[in-house]
Ligand binder design. Sequence first.
Ligand SMILES: Nc1ncnc2c1ncn2[C@@H]1O[C@H](COP(=O)(O)OP(=O)(O)O)[C@@H](O)[C@H]1O
Ligand SMILES: [Mg+2]
Length: 268
Amino acid sequence: MSMAVQCKGVWKTFGSGAAAVTALQDIDLAVEDGEFVTLVGASGCGKSTLLRTIAGIESHNAGEILVGGVPVNGPGVDRAMVFQNYSLYPWLTVKGERTSADVEVASGRADALLSVMGLTGVADAYPNQLSGGMQQRVAIARALMSRPRILLMDEPFGALDAQTREVMHDLILHVSRLEHCTVIFVTHDVEEAIYLGQRVVLMAPRPGRVDTVYAVPLAPERSQEMKLHSAFLGLKTAILERIRATSGMKTDLELLQRLSRTSAPGKS
Ligand SMILES: Nc1ncnc2c1ncn2[C@@H]1O[C@H](COP(=O)(O)OP(=O)(O)O)[C@@H](O)[C@H]1O
Ligand SMILES: [Mg+2]
């Protein structure tokens, strides 16, 4: 198996002096070709920063990021990104979105992608006529248009309702396999991370770091009822406990309780 992405001792700091924030501390992570890896962790643990440095839209301070063995120095067509907020052009229809890659249109790839993504029936619709789920399908189809080797997704389904998300989960698993795409998928939803990932990378905050990498003990072909399997539930419990232990959520809670005790209006 060759490596799609290798992060070797990657550091990223924002700001300087007392205000400096270590968003990434000494990140080592290797993702195999065709692998689906999910990054999970509390808010502020550096998930988006890691994804953005791999995308090459954020620089890193130290260490090395290799994509297909080549150092990342900026964005490239081998990597495509999908964000939570659908970034579609309001004046383009679904069909219009595809014409941005003329050569690919000629090959019929755009139509094939629209079909695979279930968008053929809405090809003449404008973004404001589409549901959130449909808009994200367009964003994914557009990202895949140039045949990226790696798809980088930052909480892409975070704004969707639970039912639509389940549909999108099965769709992205299907499409990524069909396209032989490597996927790095950021979420703060542990269930989503386990359902989609072959491995779940748990990050922890302050400083942002890789805490634990879990191999998901489920068959690669996922189905919704697997969420009830004991292996799934056991991993979910373990990850949630680890997030609580590393994120400082408990200390925040204790601090709140202390504050509310001291500031409670005295009725004595
Ligand atoms: N452009 C920036 N400038 C300053 N600090 C930033 C910037 N981007 C992220 N950070 C800080 O880096 C840390 C990690 O942020 P981020 O990668 O967005 O975390 P996550 O996506 O896991 O919520 C946070 O403390 C955040 O405040
Ligand atoms: Mg983020």
